[in-house]
Ligand binder design. Structure first.
Ligand code: SF4
Ligand code: F3S
Length: 104
């Protein structure tokens, strides 16, 4: 499966939601995750993310986010339509150490 990683936090552009053919994104307060059992590994979301936050779980850059995607996908609501990202999304893009800012 593909996984959403740290750089999504406080950016949530949601371009990924628009392109996913199986609607397997789930939304927390300030981050999205992918349900690993629903993702069909099509790969179309990866290049669509302006924050480059999406990687295959086999990519070292996915780190330990695969487990977190699985955990939160079971808790957060499904999201199937792109909404408006935060006004300050661009300011948070590529900011360092956003992990502690995740609202779960
Ligand atoms: Fe959806 Fe494809 Fe991305 Fe998986 S890889 S989350 S199926 S767009
Ligand atoms: Fe997050 Fe990128 Fe989607 S910032 S909401 S993974 S387009």
């Amino acid at each position: 499966a593909y996984v959403v990683t740290e750089n999504c936090i406080r950016c949530t552009y949601m371009d990924c939601v628009s392109v996913c053919p199986v609607d397997c994104f789930y939304a927390g307060e300030n981050m999205l995750v992918i349900h690993p059992d629903e993702c069909i590994d099509c790969g179309v979301c990866e290049p669509e993310c302006p924050a480059a936050a999406i990687f295959p779980d086999s990519d070292p850059r996915a780190g330990d986010w695969a487990a977190l995607n699985a955990q939160y996908a079971a808790q957060w609501p499904n999201i199937t339509e792109k909404g408006a990202p935060p006004d300050d999304a661009d300011a948070w893009k590529d900011a360092a150490d956003k992990r502690a800012l995740l609202s779960a």
